[in-house]
Design a protein around this ligand. Structure first.
Ligand code: ADP
Ligand code: ADP
Length: 232
C-alpha cells in the first residue's frame, strides 16, 4: 500500500542544512496498522508530510495506493491525495460548524450532492458512535468526541490510508483507549490501512501490527511490535 525507497528530506535553512529524513526504506502493507515511534525531532512529522504529498523528498521514491506521489503533479497528485486522509492531535475541526457540518465538509468540497451527503454523514456518525451529538458544536464536545468527529471527517471520502499524527496525545488514558479501539474497529471493518505516528509506546503496543523506530531521521529498527519491544 505504501512504499518508501531511499527517501531523504533535507531542509535548507538560511544557515544550515537539516536532514530530517535520512535514507528511509519502508513497506506498509494493505490493511495493516503500522506505527512510527520516535522522540521529538526524530523526523516523524516530516515523514507524514512526505506521505500525504505536502512535501517532496530531496531523494527517493514514495508510492501510496499505487500512485507514485513523488512525481505526481496537478490532477494526479490531487487524486493520489484523496486516497490518503489524516487525523490530528488538536483535531483541526471547524469551530463555527456543527458535528454534522464538520463531517459533511470534505463531501461538499468533493461535490457530493446534498442527498448523498446526508446519507453518508448519518453512516459516519453511527460508525464513530456520535449518535445524538449531530447538532453539537465542537466546543460542546469532550476531547474524545472531538476526535471521533475528526475520524468521521477523515473517512468521509473513503480513503485507502488513514494517517494519524499524535492523534491521542491530547487525550486522557481512558479516552485514548476508546479512540484506539475505534481505530482497530475501523481497520477491521473497512480494511483501512492505518499509519500512526506517536511518541507513546503504549499506543504502539495496544494496536499496531508492526512498528518502525525513528531516530535522527533514520529508521533504527523495524518489525513486529512484539519483536521490537520484547519485554526484558
Ligand atoms: P518530529 O515530528 O519527530 O518531532 P520533525 O519532522 O518535526 O520531527 O523534525 C525533524 C528535524 O527536521 C528537526 O531537526 C526539525 O528541527 C527539522 N525541521 C522540521 N521541519 C523543518 C522545516 N520546515 N525547516 C527546517 N527544519 C525543519
Ligand atoms: P485541545 O486540542 O488541547 O483539546 P481545543 O480543542 O480547545 O484544545 O483547541 C484546539 C485548537 O483549536 C487550539 O489551537 C485552539 O486555539 C483552537 N480553538 C478552540 N476553540 C476555538 C474556537 N471556538 N474558535 C476558533 N479556534 C478555536
Amino acid at each position: 500500500m505504501i512504499s518508501l525507497q531511499n527517501v531523504t528530506k533535507v531542509y535548507n535553512t538560511k544557515n544550515n542544512k537539516v536532514t530530517a529524513v535520512d535514507d528511509i526504506n519502508l513497506t506498509i502493507n494493505s490493511g495493516e496498522i503500522y506505527g512510527i515511534i520516535g522522540y521529538s525531532g526524530a523526523g516523524k512529522s516530516t515523514l507524514i508530510r512526505l506521505l500525504n504529498g505536502l512535501e517532496k523528498p530531496s531523494k527517493g521514491l514514495i508510492t501510496v495506493a499505487g500512485h507514485e506521489i513523488t512525481k505526481a503533479k496537478g490532477g494526479s497528485l490531487r487524486k493520489a491525495r484523496r486516497e490518503i486522509s489524516m487525523i490530528f492531535q488538536h483535531f483541526n475541526l471547524l469551530w463555527s460548524r456543527t458535528v454534522r457540518e464538520n463531517i459533511a465538509f470534505p463531501l461538499e468540497i468533493n461535490g457530493v450532492p446534498k442527498k448523498d451527503r446526508l446519507k453518508r454523514v448519518d453512516e459516519l456518525i453511527k460508525l464513530v458512535g456520535l449518535e445524538g451529538r449531530e447538532n453539537a458544536y465542537p466546543s460542546q464536545l469532550s476531547g474524545g468526541q472531538k476526535q471521533r468527529v475528526g475520524i468521521a471527517r477523515a473517512l468521509a471520502n473513503n480513503p485507502k490510508v488513514l494517517l494519524c499524527d499524535e492523534a491521542t496525545s491530547a487525550l486522557d488514558p481512558q479516552t485514548t483507549d476508546s479512540i484506539l479501539e475505534l481505530l482497530v474497529d475501523i481497520n477491521e471493518r473497512l480494511g483501512l490501512t492505518i499509519v500512526l505516528i506517536t511518541h507513546e509506546m503504549h499506543v504502539i503496543r495496544k494496536i499496531c501490527h508492526r512498528v518502525a523506530v525513528m531516530e535522527s531521521g533514520m529508521v533504527v529498527e523495524q518489525g513486529e511490535v512484539l519483536d521490537v519491544f520484547k519485554k526484558p
